[in-house]
Design a protein around this ligand. Sequence first.
Ligand code: ARG
Length: 516
Amino acid sequence: MAESKTGGSRSVTGGNRIGAGREATGTNKVGANRIVTAADKPEDNREAPGAKMKMWGGRFGEKTAASVEAFTASIHFDARLYRHDIAGSRAHARMLAHQGLLSADECARILSGLNEIEGEIARGAFVFRPELEDIHMNIEKSLTERIGPAGEKLHTARSRNDQVALDLRLYLREECDRIMALLADLQAALVRQARRYRQTVMPGYTHLQRAQPVLVAHHLLAYYEMFGRDQARLADCGRRINVLPLGAVALAGTGLPIDREFVARQLNFPKVSANSMDSVSDRDFVVEFAAAAALIQVHLSRLAEELVLWTSEEFALVTLPDAFCTGSSIMPQKKNPDVPELIRGKSGRVIGNLMALLTMLKGLPMTYNRDLQEDKEPIFDTVDTVAASLALSAELMAGLRFNEQKLAATLNRGCMTATDLADYLVRKQVPFRQAHAIVGRAVAYALGQGRDIAELSLIELRRFAESIEEDVFQVLSVSGSVASRVSPGGTAGIRVDEAIAEAERQLADYAQKEHQ
Ligand code: ARG
């Protein structure tokens, strides 16, 4: 293929496509831009020494080998950072002008050239050149071709080492906010369902064995809590992302009179980094984001697993909308939960991305090393995968319907109120261990007859403990059991109603902050 659309040949996995994660939301569309390859321009191969065209070609006497160009280029994935790269360059140019390192006219030319380039990339009309390696040099070179010598001054007091660290921080800062908003959407879907099913009882499980009856709402709100912790982790990670690395330059700072605080204000960074060497070698914030994202995907996989189980005929506790299921090419009756299965399965790649990032950093000497370029594909894939999985989980949760008849039927089996009977005996002064043994015998008796303990008569029950009286049946009923669990955080209706109200308050607060 003489040319490839940016990342087009990699679209199978979605993860490597430039801008793939953003295409769904309509921003950052860079997929239509072309990447020109050597085969497009055969005359380049005859030109010697071809190194002249490299921005760093001064000290080289030989043209870069094609295999090296192909191996080192990152433009097919880092083009995704174009908006962040341009935002960083705008702030840097304004600072250089403010400091007298650029004239007002040069700065104005740079800014208008950058606007033009940004528009072209957004429209898909920009031609990326892999021999220029990455997004930074593609933009800088194109700027100079457009505006002349002023373009060559943009890189004053800047290195790609601090530039790429800045781009990545700007990118992840944005993605942190987007993923937090997606988490809130999923939480909102869970809370709406909790409200809908706030009186519906279901079996609560331990070891996947029926344990005690709980409200469906209580079960759903357990996930609300999980995703709340995920949000808090991202917010915390966001604080460490939000530090300006620009001004570290290659690794040691600069003697030119730059103003880092000026750049920080332009780009809304509350802090500038303290150590120039750390600034260009640090990717902890990428690892932290990947770790928080991996835990989100693990949480999603747990929710997904429950949907897979609950939709199976063996449980049949819920149904998913047809629009979110797929069929079988051979078995006409099948309605498969492929979406939750894929969400569950994709935890593999998100965990793998975290391992890739940790391993890339392990043993890396100070300061910038090219290894660090390997941070981008895993983190982009993580962002795309987690964002898509969160959005689909929210849709699945919104469309989920519980089979209330089936739920009611399951509750009469499994002696799930056995603990309630033991607690009843405790109130009658029976020590808990003895009460446990007594109820165990009653359960064995009931199960031996294929009955639930709630179905035993008072006479039968009194054979196990004489202190049992008529009021025991309230205790043995599923609704009585649920209503009795009023301890803070328990499943009683009054506690769950409070929890729903609190969750709704938190979500309203979040939505308000988001709109500020
Ligand atoms: N493409 C590079 C990266 O992603 C940009 C920084 C390159 N710096 C360098 N000195 N080669 O890390």
